[in-house]
Ligand binder design. Structure first.
Ligand code: FES
Length: 548
């Protein structure tokens, strides 16, 4: 019985009348529209406007929209600061917020408008918990900036700091680049974490293919958002619940998309977390297996030259789906929230003549995979290597050990890290950091100084999707829990072997046992508030760093 007709809900009706709703509107399906708008970043700046467009689509299809908001944390604005500790924590808080609103207000269907990095997996986690028909609307990429005749993104900005440190750029040039790198609203403008997860939402079947590709400020976005409101109403009528969509096959397709599009290492954490919420068994090694079988098909930054705008113009994720389907890499027995089949999506794709962004699977942009999962004496529970399409390699080098991102960054800028070193940054894990900060200031500094291909970075923290170079993150168990990474000392030999899938600390067992006896857990830098609460409950990065 609707609120309009239930005699016991008269007090609730009085509040709905106060909001201007009519009895008729109360009898219609109620669609919750979760927006992750905040006015603190360009990434989600369009969400309030988009929520209005979605609401119009819901009304046009005969529903009653109800909008609400969550927090969101800008990864770029917090990067390299203690504020970055809030980033991964915000994923849990956003998921919890959407879940709580869904449970409290018992929406018939939902639309989740997402953008900046953590908001996408957060919404996917929440909708898996709630299991009511839900459509994800990815708000879209930022346009690339233009600077001195070339397209630039936030990646150029971070690497400019390293170039400045070695005198290859002047401060005036860095400041000028800053004024041009990010020309307006939208998410970071290539296949970094936000766009990686936006594509994941498509390939999971929870976002209509093609909508997320549209840049945030493109004219086409408003009409697409209205259509999403109508899709939500159709999903409600068809009872297209996430439990029917978020299956093992859909998860596989999403993992293939991460690999094929050269996705961010953060996708490993997020896919593990989403699978867990959906009750689907997924081990970190299975992600590595998919990445071994799927080459990088799109030539997108940071592993290629193109931006997300180029991908949209070339044909978008629908074109990627067509290529992957033709190569037999996708599982077709999946349900999608807009009712289309994968074959229809592939058939609907419009490929721009002569485009050079989406390659053929059999002549890929890069022959090797995007990511690799390694294990070994330094990471018994696993870690993630950003392979970026590199061929297999073996490396050994002396460890340079730092107990925080800041101390490592200072050392690199002072010239204390040189070719062949293995930089180890620890106590930056989910519990130890706490919050598993992204090491973009470090990778940017290394690349900017020309050390991106000669220095290996190993950390129990994580990386921005912008990061590239020889980077290995998510080392588990983390140092705070006494993982072997806590026992590494300056000068120890660390060995990486991608064909064997190993990351080893070449120190004798008896010496390691001696170090373990002497090891004392350092105090965490944060012992109060939400970060302390998070640190007390968060699990291993190898399980997605979830808090339940
Ligand atoms: Fe928000 Fe990159 S910082 S998408």
């Amino acid at each position: 019985m609707s609120i309009a007709d239930d005699p016991t809900r008269a007090p609730a009706r009085s509040h709905l009348y106060a909001m201007g709703l009519t009895d008729d509107e109360m009898r219609r399906p109620v669609v919750g529209i979760a927006s992750t708008w905040t006015g603190t970043m360009p990434c989600n700046l369009t969400h309030r406007t988009l929520a209005g467009h979605v609401a119009r689509g819901v009304e046009r299809a005969g529903g009653t929209p109800m909008e609400f908001n969550t927090i969101a944390v800008s990864d770029n604005l917090t990067m390299g600061t203690p504020g970055m500790r809030a980033s991964l924590v915000s994923r849990e808080l956003i998921a919890d917020s959407i879940e709580l609103m869904g449970r409290a207000h018992r929406f018939d269907a939902m639309v989740c408008i997402v953008g900046c990095d953590k908001t996408v997996p957060a919404a996917l986690m929440a909708l898996a918990r709630l299991d009511i028909p839900t459509v994800v609307l990815y708000s879209g990429t930022m346009m690339p900036g233009r600077w001195r005749g070339r397209d630039v993104t936030i990646q150029d900005m971070w690497e400019a700091l390293g170039e400045r440190a070695v005198g290859r750029m002047s401060q005036e040039d860095v400041d000028d680049l800053a004024r041009h790198a990010c020309p307006g609203a939208g998410t970071c403008a290539a296949q970094y974490t936000a766009n990686t997860m936006g594509s994941v939402a498509d390939f999971l079947g929870l976002a209509p293919f093609g909508v997320g590709d549209i840049p945030a400020v493109a004219d086409e976005k408003s009409g697409a958002a209205e259509a999403v409101g109508e899709v939500a109403m159709r999903a409600y009528a068809a009872d297209a619940r996430p439990s029917r969509i978020l299956t093992a096959d859909a998860l596989h397709n999403a993992l293939v998309s991460v690999a094929a599009m050269g996705g961010s290492t953060n996708a490993v954490l997020h896919m593990l977390a989403i699978a867990r919420e959906a009750g689907l068994p997924l081990r970190i090694d299975e992600i590595g297996e998919v990445c071994r079988q799927v080459p990088i098909v799109t030539a997108l930054k940071p592993s290629g030259p193109h931006t997300a705008l180029d991908l949209w113009r070339a044909g978008g994720t629908s074109l990627v789906a067509r290529r992957l389907l033709e190569a037999g890499l996708l599982r077709e027995d999946v349900v999608m929230v807009d009712g289309r089949s994968l074959r229809q999506v592939a058939a609907d794709a419009v490929e721009a003549p002569g485009q050079r962004v989406v390659a053929d699977v059999f002549e890929p942009a890069k022959p090797a995979g995007a990511l690799a999962i390694l294990r070994g004496t330094l990471a018994p529970d696993g870690c993630v290597l950003k392979l970026g399409g590199r061929a297999d390699f073996r490396r050994e080098g002396p460890a340079r050990v730092y107990d925080s991102e800041e101390s490592c960054f200072d050392a690199i800028q002072a010239g204390a890290v040189t070719q062949g070193d293995v930089v180890v940054v620890r106590y930056e894990g989910p519990a130890g950091g706490p919050g598993m900060r992204e090491m973009l200031s470090i990778t940017g500094a290394l690349v900017g100084r020309g050390l991106g291909d000669s220095v290996t970075l190993v950390t129990d923290g994580r990386f921005s999707g912008v990061s590239h170079g020889l980077v290995i993150g998510h080392v588990a168990p983390e140092a705070h829990h006494g993982g072997p990474i806590a026992l590494v000392r300056d000068g120890d030999t660390v060995a990486v072997d991608t064909s064997a899938g190993t990351l080893d600390l070449l120190v004798a067992d008896d010496e390691l046992a001696e170090r373990r006896r002497a090891w004392r857990r350092p105090e965490r830098p944060v012992e109060r508030g939400v970060l302390a609460k998070y640190a007390a409950t968060v699990g291993s990065a190898s399980d997605g760093a979830v808090t339940v």
